[in-house]
Design a protein. Structure first.
Length: 171
């Protein structure tokens, strides 16, 4: 669907959301990527160091894993920060997420059923939260990961108030 298309009357237009997530989300994504790659690279490194006459292919797989890990850990968090966006208006909530496959979503306020925040340990330590907007859509909830915790709490209150005041049955 083209974002330049004229929407039908009563339909919301898909457009670029205005706000970026918190800059601290870069650190969160970087630390998560690093932890994931350590699970892959450390066992390979341990085998390579502990096994006498380790096969040559083990050196190559360790080097390849380490190279991919560094590239992923350095590039992905900044790319996600560049892509992830969100916005709420009196009519809808807009999200753009992903770093390879992008998901662009619009949730009319009349379709919103619940608004929640989620915070893992690392998000709590960094003062971040994930906003989850559950709708009456088969596509599932909208997520905005990497928001400042205070912004997420404010959005929960604003969206809850707005959806209560919006006509419709959220089904």
């Amino acid at each position: 669907m083209s974002t330049d298309a004229v929407p039908e009357p009563g339909r919301l237009r898909l457009r670029m959301p205005e706000h970026q997530v918190s800059r601290r989300a870069v650190t969160w994504w970087l630390l998560r990527a690093l932890a994931g790659w350590l699970v892959v690279v450390l066992p390979q490194l341990a085998v390579w160091l502990l096994v006498d006459d380790a096969p040559g292919w083990l050196s190559w797989t360790l080097a390849a894993s380490a190279l991919i890990a560094v590239a992923h850990t350095v590039v992905m968090p900044f790319w996600r920060y560049h892509v992830h966006r969100w916005e709420t208006t009196p009519e809808a909530a807009y999200t753009l997420t992903g770093w390879i496959n992008r998901e662009w979503r619009v949730a009319p306020l009349s379709r919103i059923q619940t608004v929640d925040t989620k915070r893992g340990l690392l998000q709590q330590a960094l003062g971040l939260a994930t906003l989850q907007i559950t709708t009456a859509s088969a596509a599932g909830p909208l997520h905005v990961a990497g928001l400042d915790h205070e912004v997420a709490i404010r959005l929960v209150h604003e969206l809850t108030s707005a959806t209560q005041a919006t006509p419709g049955d959220a089904t």
